[in-house]
Write a protein of this length. Structure first.
Length: 465
């Protein structure tokens, strides 16, 4: 196909898209045309006009190993030829059972060196299709288990300020309604939000004593809230508070799981085991939609009965799809064989070092890193950092002694955001800033040269106005 034909094909694709497609998280009244992506390999996306972009955000944090990894594609093809799909209510299959075993074992192995008692109590995997539904499953299990025990008054969930847990109704309720979900407030259930502070968390338990269903949090890094980072000490304090109150702890590791924080799981890095663990995104490395919620045997037992009405009422048609499970199994093997957590940590460290000059930039605040996640806040104009919220430096993150400050909230609707995205594309890098928060979260296959190009683009964005 010559250049003229390629141009016509691109224009036709964009015309058809504009006529019929409704994109996620997109204001169609003002957004520029979407990127026409025709191919992807490793950390590189290819556009219809031949341009190549480095996928510095792993396509919304999913592509753990990069695009088109041959072992993942082979696993998908092999499984599709043998068993493409079967209902999971009343049936089972090897990929789902093997994946459930592997996930339980992987978390137990990751947490054992650090956890009090040296073991994990997570024994069951409930499969779903994406991060939001993994969270929905956890919320429903936590509350329904209280109902089964005769305590239906436990209707209050505790969650962190600036949290984000997905877009379904339960997940929206658990997330911070501002700025995205305010229109849905009348339909959301009761959630008490607390800052990342152990004393404030204890006070919230006291205020809602006997009514708390569970605590839900994103361990170490609050992603969509602006890549806000906190330390492991808070997670250990949260685990202790939940233990004292006999309340389940839900860990939303939809983003942080599978190495993003420099450990296979952020909870394991912090030495804690939650009662419910939500996994998605990197679970199948972005190849197919798949999620899982790991639960303790105690929660599973709350639904065991001779009364069929006491079952857990959740599921969907594609639950535990064999192809997705087969890909996830291979992805987990790759993560272990290639020590993906260490690789992502090294990538993050390289990008952070290259961004060091920004520490003195008048518009840059709070350059921070946890594992392979690197971020900074960008002011609209030079101004002081007065008013930033002090938090602890995450373990192993950023240079020792460097205070990490988290701004109260990313300004998602600031005028800078579309300019930053456009500027990064011109520099050959796909970045999708969270408002005024510029971040990178590249796949494990990213080369050193690509890391340097990502960092160079991020430095250039500091001067975009």
């Amino acid at each position: 196909m010559n250049a003229d034909d390629e141009g016509r094909a691109r224009d036709d694709l964009l015309r058809r898209d504009a006529a019929h497609v409704w994109h996620p998280w997109t204001q169609h009244g003002s957004e520029r045309a979407p990127l026409p992506v025709v191919a992807a390999s490793g950390a590189t996306l290819t556009l219809a006009d031949g341009r190549e972009l480095i996928d510095a955000i792993s396509s919304w944090w999913t592509c753990l190993h990069g695009h088109g990894h041959p072992r993942l594609i082979d696993a998908m093809e092999r499984q599709a030829r043998q068993l493409d799909h079967v209902l999971f209510a009343g049936a089972t299959h090897e990929p789902a059972v093997a994946l459930a075993e592997a996930l339980v074992e992987a978390f137990a192995g990751a947490v054992a060196p650090r956890a009090s008692g040296g073991h994990s109590n997570l024994t069951r995997a409930f499969f779903s299709d994406d991060g939001s539904t993994a969270v929905e499953v956890a919320l429903k299990i936590a509350y329904h288990a209280w109902v089964a025990r005769g305590e239906p008054q436990r209707t209050v969930f505790l969650a962190l300020d600036h949290g984000y847990h997905g877009d379904t109704f339960g997940a929206m309720s658990a997330g911070d309604p501002s700025p995205f979900f305010a229109p849905y407030r009348p339909l959301l259930f009761e959630v008490a939000r607390v800052p990342v502070d152990a004393a404030a968390l204890r006070a919230a338990f006291d205020r809602h004593h006997g009514r708390v269903a569970a605590l839900i949090l994103e361990p170490l890094v609050q992603g969509a809230g602006g890549m806000l980072m906190h330390d492991a000490a808070f997670l250990r304090a949260a685990r202790a508070a939940c233990d004292d109150e006999r309340v389940p702890l839900i860990a939303d590791e939809v983003m942080t799981g599978f190495g993003r924080t420099g450990a296979l799981f952020a909870c394991a890095r912090s030495g804690i085991t939650p009662d419910l663990l939500c996994l998605a995104k990197g679970l199948a490395s972005g190849v197919v939609p798949l999620a899982a919620t790991l639960a303790t045997e105690e929660l599973f037992a709350a639904f065991l009965s001779s009364d069929r009405r006491r079952l857990f009422p959740h599921g969907h048609s594609m639950t535990a799809n064999p192809i997705g499970c087969a890909v996830a199994l291979e992805s987990l093997r790759l993560a272990r064989e290639n020590d993906v957590p260490a690789r992502l940590d090294a990538l993050g460290a390289r990008i952070e070092r290259a961004l060091a000059p920004l520490r003195s930039h008048p518009r840059v605040e709070n350059l921070r890193r946890t594992g392979g996640i690197v971020a900074f806040d960008l002011a609209a104009a030079p101004e002081s950092s007065e008013g930033a919220l002090p938090v602890h430096t995450p373990e192993g993150a950023s240079p020792a002694g460097t205070p990490v400050r988290c701004m109260p909230r990313a300004d998602y609707f600031c005028d800078l955001t579309p300019k930053l995205r456009a500027a990064a594309i011109e520099l050959g890098v796909l970045l999708r800033p969270l408002g005024n928060v510029v971040y990178a979260l590249p796949p494990a296959c990213t080369t050193d040269d690509q890391c340097d190009q990502i960092a160079a683009a991020m430095r250039e964005l500091a001067d975009v106005r």
